[in-house]
Design a protein around this ligand. Structure first.
Ligand code: SAH
Length: 485
C-alpha cells in the first residue's frame, strides 16, 4: 500500500473501531500526538507512547494506566497486540520500521498528514454520541471535510445524541410494536422530528421518553398529523432557515405554491408527495378552499405536512387564514418564518430599507387587486422619509406612479424594481417615480418583482453587488446635453 498513492477515494472502507480497553501505539510526543491521544482516550483506548520528550499536555495525562510511556524507542518485543498505530511524528527510520511492522502484522497504521503512507486515515468527526458522523475525503481535501463537518454540526443540535440513546434503549420495543418497516419508519420519523425530539431539545428527556412509551402502548397509533407552515424564502436555497430545511427534509407531503424555487424542493425526501397548488395565469388553480382541503386530508391521515410558501408565510401569504382553518379543525401546526421578498430583494439589490436621513420606516404594501389598491391610503403612502416596498405590483405600476405623485410624492423620488430577486437571473432597474411605468415597460420587467419607492432606491446604483444586470432609467440630463451638443 505504501508503494503507490491511493488512486481513488473509493478504496477507503469506512469502519468504526471499538477501542474500549484496547491498546493503541502512538509514536511522537508533540502537540499533534497530544490531540490524537485525547481522541483515543475519549474512545476509552489505552495508549502506548513512544517519544523522546513529552509535550507538557501529554505529561499531564501520563498516569500510567491509560497512557504508558515506553521511552524514546521501541524494541521489537514491545510491538504486538495493538489495534491501531498512529504515527504523529517520528524520524524516518523509526517511521518506516514501525510501518513495515504494522503492515506485516495487519495492524492499521495512520501516519498523520501522510496519506500515501497510511493504511488507515482518521476522519473529521461530528460527535453527538452515541451518534457519530465521520467525514472523509480519502485524504484529498481534509479542509473540505472539516467545512462539511461544521455545516453538519450546525444542522444537528447537541441534543440529538440523547435522542439517539432514547431510541436505542427502546429499539426492541419499537421493533416488536411495529414489525412492518413502513409503519416503523413513520413512528421513528415522529420520534426524531416530532414532539419527542422537541422535548429532548428542550432538555426534557424524561418527557420525551414518556411520550414515546405512551405512543407505543396505544393500539391505534397512526401518528399525529401536523402541518408546518414554512417560509421558503425568495429563491436562493441557502436563505432557508435551518429549521425550514429540516422540516422540508422530514416531510411526508409538501404542499407548495408556484413561487417556491425548484432547487428547494430537491431537498425533500425522494418518496415525499408533492402537491402543487400554484395559481397560474389563465387557470383557476386549487383555490384557498382546495388548499385547506389538501392540508386537512393529509394531516388527518397522520402525515407530516409542510405547507411551503415563497418568502415568509405571514407576509401576503394567507398564512393567517390557513392557521385559522387548521385551528378550527384541531390540527396541530407551527410556523417557520422565511426571508420575505422585501428584505431579500433589498439585500440583493444593495439598497437599505432604512437609512439615516432618508427613511425611518418601511411599509410593506400589496398592490394586488383593483379593489385593494383603490383602498390604499395614498396620502399616507406619499409621505416623505419612508420606504415603500410593493408586492405584486407589476400590473399596477402606472396607477402607483400616478397616485403617489397626485398625493404629493416628488416625481423624482428614486424607484427600484427587483425582478427574480436572489435568483441567478435577478435584474434590478433603477429610475425615478415619474418614469416608473415606462421603466418597467422598457426592460420588460415581469413577475415576481418587488417595487421599492424612496430615496434609498437610488443607492442600488452604487451598492448593488449581486449579478450584473443593473438596468437604468432614462438619464434625462445627459441625454438633454447630448441632444443639444
Ligand atoms: N410571502 C411572500 C410574498 C408573496 S406575494 C414573501 O414574504 O415574500 C408574491 C409577491 O412577492 C410577488 O408578486 C413579488 O412581488 C414578491 N416576490 C416574491 N419572491 C420574489 C423574488 N424572488 N423577487 C422579487 N419579488 C418577489
Amino acid at each position: 500500500m505504501s508503494e503507490h498513492s491511493h488512486p481513488s477515494a473509493s478504496s477507503w472502507f469506512p469502519v468504526f473501531l471499538d477501542l474500549e480497553g484496547r491498546r493503541v501505539l502512538v509514536i511522537g510526543g508533540d502537540e499533534v500526538a497530544l490531540r490524537k491521544i485525547r481522541r483515543l482516550h475519549s474512545a476509552a483506548a489505552i495508549v502506548d507512547l513512544v517519544a523522546e520528550t513529552l509535550h507538557p499536555g501529554i505529561a499531564e495525562l501520563h498516569d500510567g494506566e491509560r497512557l504508558h510511556w515506553l521511552g524514546a524507542s521501541i524494541a521489537n518485543d514491545d510491538l504486538g497486540g495493538h489495534a491501531l498505530i498512529v504515527i504523529a511524528s517520528a524520524d524516518a527510520f523509526t517511521r518506516d520500521r514501525i510501518r513495515a511492522w504494522g503492515e506485516k502484522q495487519g495492524v492499521p497504521v495512520n501516519v498523520v498528514d501522510r496519506l500515501a503512507e497510511s493504511s488507515a486515515i482518521v476522519p473529521a468527526v461530528v460527535d453527538r454520541s452515541p451518534l457519530i458522523i465521520a467525514i472523509g475525503s480519502g485524504g484529498q481535501a481534509p479542509e473540505l471535510a472539516r467545512m462539511i463537518r461544521s455545516r453538519i454540526e450546525k444542522l444537528l443540535p447537541p441534543s440529538i445524541g440523547h435522542l439517539a440513546s432514547i431510541a436505542g434503549s427502546l429499539a426492541g420495543r419499537i421493533r416488536s410494536r411495529f414489525p412492518e418497516l413502513a409503519r416503523r419508519r413513520r413512528f421513528l420519523d415522529w420520534v426524531f422530528n416530532g414532539l419527542p425530539a422537541d422535548e429532548v431539545a428542550a432538555g426534557r428527556e424524561d418527557h420525551s421518553r414518556a411520550l414515546i412509551t405512551r405512543a407505543l402502548e396505544k393500539d391505534d397509533w397512526s401518528g399525529p398529523g401536523h402541518v408546518s407552515l414554512v417560509g421558503a424564502g425568495p429563491g436562493e436555497p441557502e436563505l432557508l432557515t435551518l429549521r425550514a430545511l429540516s422540516r422540508i427534509q422530514a416531510a411526508d407531503v409538501i404542499v407548495h405554491d408556484g413561487l417556491v424555487d425548484a432547487r428547494i424542493l430537491d431537498y425533500a425526501r425522494r418518496d415525499a408527495e408533492f402537491v402543487d397548488v400554484a395559481k397560474r395565469p389563465g387557470e383557476n388553480g386549487v383555490g384557498q378552499d382546495g388548499i385547506h382541503g389538501v392540508l386537512l386530508e393529509h394531516a388527518r391521515a397522520g402525515a407530516r405536512v409542510v405547507r411551503l410558501k415563497g418568502g415568509d408565510p405571514m407576509v401576503f401569504g394567507r398564512g393567517g387564514e390557513e392557521l385559522a382553518f387548521l385551528r378550527a379543525n384541531s390540527i396541530a401546526y407551527e410556523v417557520v418564518p422565511g426571508v420575505t421578498a422585501a428584505s431579500a430583494c433589498a439585500a440583493y439589490a444593495g439598497l437599505p430599507l432604512t437609512q439615516r436621513g432618508m427613511a425611518q420606516s418601511v411599509r410593506l404594501v400589496t398592490a394586488h387587486c383593483e379593489r385593494s389598491i383603490d383602498r390604499l391610503d395614498w396620502a399616507a403612502l406619499a409621505a416623505d422619509y419612508q420606504t415603500l416596498a410593493f408586492y405584486m405590483s407589476v400590473g399596477q405600476l402606472a396607477h402607483i406612479e400616478h397616485q403617489l405623485i397626485a398625493h404629493g410624492r416628488s416625481p423624482d423620488t428614486p424607484v427600484a424594481l427587483v425582478e427574480n430577486g436572489t435568483r441567478p437571473d435577478q435584474r434590478v432597474a433603477v429610475g425615478e417615480l415619474r418614469e416608473l411605468a415606462a421603466l418597467a415597460r422598457e426592460h420588460a420587467i415581469s413577475s415576481p418583482a418587488m417595487l421599492f419607492v424612496g430615496e434609498v432606491a437610488a443607492l442600488a446604483r452604487e451598492l448593488g453587488w449581486y449579478g450584473d444586470a443593473l438596468l437604468k432609467g432614462r438619464e434625462r440630463i445627459p441625454q438633454a446635453v447630448a441632444a443639444t451638443g
